[in-house]
Design a protein around this ligand. Structure first.
Ligand code: FO1
Length: 321
């Protein structure tokens, strides 16, 4: 294989996955497919909202909001009026963001698949890369807390991730299958990148879709590099509750803890210099380790991390090939 893979599939959740995807797209263009988690999806005001897809969509379109989700500069007049009519407004949907949910819901109601409806939004926003929901069937992440089971966004947004997560389940996963588009993308891939997303509730649901993990393991045993990037840096999640969730579920909240989750699936693992001291233990898990700055604060650092990850994947493929 040449120095770096030319067709890549990224497994991604929210903000971390979107930022790395933006960097990967700047290098790979249409040769990048991003398989996104749909477990965070929810219905709000009669509309289907797909937070992880839309976070990647807006980020790859270069229009994401200041917190990583929604659209930059969006307004909230519709939410204000919905509140005036007595509707719940704790899940803030911008006016321009709402247009995506209206279009997607209408097209699905007209018989279009979730994948096709989302591809239409991507084409309209001029994306070079392709974003693929992990399945077209309904999968909804729920977390068990001392107050019982909560739907994901109820926990993540309404309860502000405050309750400790004691268990996680993916409602509907039993009957969910990977889409044909996901299978094709994985078949064509020369490398798989597991984004610095929450390994439990962002990457976890993707790997739980029947047959998906096996497809990756088969490609891996045929020599395809699978590079995971740690989303825990210095014991902290860069964004979201991953560090607390790992701890409350019994994992070590560290880059090593994440490496243990991906050992046996990934062939390479990327950690930030602050976690370089874990390298010997990570290598003992059978993961080749790359130590690079993984903080993505702007377009340049997103592209740099992506380039480092792709070059690393190239060395892993050569090592096997
Ligand atoms: N996160 C929040 O913390 N508060 C919100 O009001 C909120 C609204 C929202 C609307 C659309 C969207 O695509 C994402 C939104 N998010 C919000 C983020 C979302 O909860 C997370 O991005 C993911 O679900 C976690 O990966």
């Amino acid at each position: 294989m040449s120095s770096a893979p030319s067709r890549v599939v990224e497994l991604a959740g929210g903000v971390g996955g979107a930022r790395l995807g933006h960097g990967l797209q700047s290098i790979l263009g249409s040769a990048l497919s991003v398989v996104v988690n749909t477990g965070d999806d929810l219905e709000r005001h009669g509309l289907l909202v797909c937070p992880d897809h839309d976070t990647v969509l807006y980020t790859l379109a270069g229009i994401e909001g200041p917190f990583g989700w929604g659209i930059a500069g969006d307004t909230s007049a519709t939410m204000a009026q919905l509140g005036a009519y007595g509707e719940e407004t704790w899940f803030g949907l911008g006016d321009r963001d709402l247009a995506a949910h209206v279009v997607r819901t209408a097209r699905i109601r007209a018989g279009t698949s979730l994948t096709a409806a989302n591809l239409g939004l991507q084409r309209a926003l001029g994306l070079a890369a392709t974003i693929l929901p992990m399945t077209d069937e309904s999968v909804r992440t729920e977390v068990r807390t001392v107050e019982g089971w909560l739907e994901f966004q109820e926990y993540f947004v309404h309860r502000q991730q405050e309750p400790a997560v004691l268990e996680v389940r993916f409602r509907g996963i039993e009957t969910a299958a990977p889409t044909a588009e996901v299978r094709l993308a994985l078949d064509a891939a020369q490398a798989i990148v597991i984004a610095p997303s929450n390994p439990i509730v962002s990457v976890g649901p993707i790997l739980a879709v029947a047959g998906l993990r096996e497809m990756i393991e088969r490609a891996r045993s045929a020599g395809m590099p699978v590079v995971a990037v740690s989303g825990i840096v210095g014991g902290r999640a860069l964004k979201g509750p991953a560090d607390r969730m790992l701890a409350s579920l019994g994992h070590e909240p560290s880059a090593l803890g994440v490496a243990r989750i991906y050992a046996g699936l990934a062939t390479g693992f990327v950690v930030d210099p602050v976690d370089a001291h874990y390298t010997p233990e990570i290598e003992r898990l059978g993961l080749r380790t790359l130590v690079v700055d993984t903080i993505m604060v702007d377009d340049a650092s997103r592209a740099r991390v992506a380039a480092d990850v792709l070059a690393f994947a190239g060395t892993l493929a050569r090592a096997v090939g």
